[in-house]
Every structure is written in structure tokens, then in C-alpha cells.
Design a protein around this ligand. Structure first.
Ligand SMILES: NC(=O)c1ccc[n+]([C@@H]2O[C@H](COP(=O)([O-])OP(=O)(O)OC[C@H]3O[C@@H](n4cnc5c(N)ncnc54)[C@H](OP(=O)(O)O)[C@@H]3O)[C@@H](O)[C@H]2O)c1
Length: 264
């Protein structure tokens, strides 16, 4: 059995999620890189794997770029001669297009937008690539090991990033506002937080493949009931417009970051 070499650059939120999700795949050889001294030391101990500051040369396998958009152009400029053209480049970096990476590397490139649930092998991973077929079995051995995968047109990535990449933040913000509404109306913030956290934990079990979210709302509300009174107030206060505008703004920001990175 040939091992697949997987190089993870950056062990922040997402790099760690990759590491946790892939650590139990015995068909992979994980190579870890992180600039921060404390993180390097902690993760070496925690995962019993060496974590290096930087690499000298990568000949084969896949390089997963888990660094912030701000540092990516200088990283690619500095390392492009150290990366063999057979190496698959995998980028989850928000806003970074395949054509931007191609300015530095003439390699096969796969762009992905995973969520952090990849750490529990239960993520969802939209992807787009500039090649045909499953090069080095990456989709089979790595992406599908981390969750469900689906190919999209690259044009959809700004919207995918705002709907799904930033998605947890929309739900967390709504949860925070519910907690504040509860505490405004007399509940302690601690109790309100407990109620909302327990509520959020129950949601996955209530979602199913058949019902749309509108169906689920209809199952909770009843005519002239409590839920309907709140939903009517949301509609009166332009909830739909607020959400649509937020997604438009976030998508536009993603497009702007792409232009900034391309023109840097
Ligand atoms: N977090 C998410 O849910 C999520 C979801 C989808 C996509 N993404 C994308 O994933 C990327 C990483 O996000 P993140 O939230 O994981 O960021 P993060 O927590 O800031 O992690 C990035 C880590 O990489 C390190 N680093 C930077 N340059 C490096 C280099 N040249 N070599 C080795 N390590 C380096 C950073 O160290 P220093 O702090 O010392 O610079 C930091 O520890 C972003 O581009 C983001 O768009 C994130």
C-alpha cells in the first residue's frame, strides 16, 4: 500500500481541523508546518508528530494551504521553487482563486471551502479543480474521509464562502441575540445561554432530508400561536431583507478579496 504524503501548512483553526480529521487515516503520511513556536511545541506533544517551521522541498503528494489570505502571495512567491509540479495544491483560502495560485505554480490545483466539522469527519466540502479525474486519489482518500463532497463551478465560490464558510457565524450571532433577548426580559444571561446551547444541540436531530426549512418552521408554528407572533414580528421588521443584504455584503467582500489577492 503506497502512502499519500499530506503536507499541512498552518495549524490554526482549519489546519488543526484537517489534522484531527486525518490523523486516524493510516493510508496517509502527515507532514505538519506552523510558524508559531508555542503551537508547534503543543501540537508535537499532543499528536506525537513532528511539527516544523518550514519545508525545504516537496516532491509529491498534496500541499494543503491553511494560512490566512493576507500571507498567501508572499508564501507562494517564496516557496514556488521548492514545490515540484507533481504536487497537488489544495487551497481552502477564502477568496483565493485557482488563477491566482497559477500565477506562481503550474500545478494541479483543487480549491475547497470546508467547514470545521471536518475535524469530526462529518464536514461538507464544496470543491472545484483545474484537472480531470481523482489525481493521487485525493478526493477518495482525503476529502471523502473528512465528510461529504460536491463539485461546484468556481463562480459559485464567493456565495459558497458567505453562505457556508461564514455560515456558523450567522447562527452563532442569532444565538447571541436570542440570549440577549432572554436576559433583557428578566432571565439570567447564564440560564439564557444554557437554554440556547441546549436548543442548538437538539437541532441536528430535527433536520431530515425530506423536509425543507419552511416545512420545519410550519411544523413548529400554529395559527395565531406563539411562534407565529414572533415570526410575524420578524417579517414586519424586514428580517428577510436584513439576511439577504448580509449575504450580499459578505459575498461582495469575498469577491473583493479575490481581486485584492490577484492584484497584490
Ligand atoms: N476557520 C474556518 O472555519 C475556515 C473555513 C474555511 C476556510 N478557511 C480558510 O483557512 C485559512 C486558515 O484559517 P484559520 O481560521 O485556520 O486561520 P488561523 O487560525 O489564523 O491559522 C493560520 C495559522 O497558520 C500559521 N502560518 C501563517 N503562515 C504560515 C507559514 N508560512 N508556514 C506555517 N504556518 C503559517 C499562522 O501562524 P501565525 O499566527 O504565527 O501567523 C496560524 O497559526 C484561511 O485562509 C481561511 O480563509 C477557514
Amino acid at each position: 500500500m503506497a502512502y499519500l504524503d499530506v503536507y499541512i501548512i498552518g495549524l490554526g483553526n482549519l489546519g488543526t481541523a484537517f489534522l484531527e480529521g486525518l490523523n486516524s487515516n493510516n493510508n496517509l503520511n502527515l507532514h505538519l508546518y506552523e510558524e508559531n513556536d508555542d503551537i508547534r511545541e503543543n501540537y508535537s506533544k499532543k499528536f506525537n508528530l513532528p511539527v516544523f517551521k518550514n519545508f525545504e522541498k516537496i516532491d509529491s503528494g498534496v500541499l494543503i494551504l491553511c494560512i490566512k489570505p493576507q500571507g498567501i502571495n508572499s508564501f507562494l512567491k517564496q516557496t514556488s521553487t521548492q514545490i515540484n509540479k507533481d504536487v497537488l495544491i489544495c487551497s481552502p483560502i477564502a477568496g483565493l482563486t485557482i488563477s491566482s495560485i497559477s500565477k506562481y505554480l503550474n500545478n494541479k490545483i483543487i480549491r475547497i471551502m470546508p467547514n470545521l466539522l471536518i475535524k469530526k469527519n462529518n464536514g461538507f466540502i464544496p470543491f472545484v479543480k483545474n484537472y480531470e479525474g481523482d489525481y493521487i486519489n485525493f478526493e477518495l482518500e482525503v476529502l471523502s474521509f473528512l465528510g461529504n463532497i460536491k463539485e461546484f463551478d468556481e463562480d459559485m465560490f464567493p456565495l459558497i464562502t458567505s453562505l457556508s464558510g461564514s455560515g456558523p457565524a450567522w447562527y452563532y450571532e442569532l444565538s447571541q441575540q436570542l440570549i440577549e433577548a432572554g436576559s433583557d426580559q428578566g432571565m439570567s444571561e447564564k440560564d439564557a445561554e444554557l437554554l440556547i446551547k441546549e436548543l442548538i444541540k437538539s437541532l441536528p436531530d430535527l433536520i431530515n432530508d425530506e423536509d425543507t426549512f419552511s416545512d420545519l418552521v410550519n411544523k413548529i408554528k400554529s395559527p395565531k400561536g406563539i411562534t407565529e407572533a414572533g415570526l410575524d414580528s420578524l417579517i414586519d421588521d424586514s428580517f428577510q431583507i436584513i439576511i439577504k443584504k448580509a449575504i450580499q455584503k459578505a459575498t461582495q467582500r469575498s469577491l473583493d478579496i479575490s481581486s485584492e489577492l490577484e492584484n497584490e
